[in-house]
Design a protein around this ligand. Structure first.
Ligand SMILES: [Zn+2]
Length: 224
């Protein structure tokens, strides 16, 4: 189920996050007994929100799904593998993706919920995704995987990994992101997939071969 939210609701979330982003201040936001118990295990990683990396506003209000996602889907951007591992490049990459999704695909905003750079920097994708993640009860409807956009959190990993492995920094931040997201939403680590599990695509390349390793590592991080 999805329902539109008034723009002011989305903006209010963005303002709240503006105060918290980048400082790792909000560590325990999940609610319910399970979320509270788990919240002590994986600290909130730094995830730059849309305002921080200079996102454009959505062309129309994002929709919020009034339930928790049940899985994570891993993507690669298929952009060339940059050797610029800086934070500035992570922000630039987030803007490039948003421009592509809005101007070429005609979407209202970035399609993915979150983005991971080759330098290991995490950023918010579609507006409202970080606010939802920190509260752990809802998700923003995405546009990253046909048939899964109202139930799967999509993480875009910058680069193309058909023939080469991702940098260690990207892998490490992917593990951290997945562990924190599993914790916040109560997603089992076994419910981490690749785009090609659902759509006809090569995405996310060799990262798909490493999903068993990713699931094991995330499970260990969660203490299970
Ligand atoms: Zn993909």
């Amino acid at each position: 189920m999805s329902l539109p939210v008034p723009r002011r609701t989305v903006l209010r979330g963005a303002v709240l996050l503006g105060a918290a982003a980048g400082v790792g201040a909000l560590t325990q936001i999940g609610s319910g007994p399970g979320a509270r118990a788990a919240a002590t295990r994986v600290d909130q990683p730094t995830i730059a929100n849309c305002a921080t990396w200079g996102a454009r506003p959505p062309s129309s209000p994002v929709s919020v799904v009034a339930s928790r996602p049940n899985k994570i889907i891993v993507h690669h951007t298929a952009f060339p593998n940059t050797t610029d591992y800086s934070l500035a490049q992570a922000y630039r990459n987030s803007r490039d993706i948003q421009n592509l999704h809005m101007d070429s695909n005609g979407w209202l905003d970035s399609g993915q919920h979150f983005t991971n750079s080759r330098g290991g920097y995490l950023t918010e994708g579609r507006h409202g995704s970080l606010y939802a993640l920190l509260h752990g009860q809802t998700m923003v409807q995405g546009a990253h995987c046909v048939g899964q956009n109202s139930q799967a959190i999509g993480i875009e990993n910058d680069g193309i990994y058909v023939n080469v492995q991702p940098p260690q920094a990207l892998w490490n931040s992917l593990v951290t992101f997945c562990a924190f997201t599993c914790q916040q939403y109560g997603i089992a680590p076994t419910e981490i997939y690749g785009h090609k599990d659902f759509n006809d695509t090569q995405c996310p390349g060799l990262l798909h071969d490493r999903l068993p390793e990713l699931r094991r590592t995330v499970a260990a991080r969660l203490g299970g």
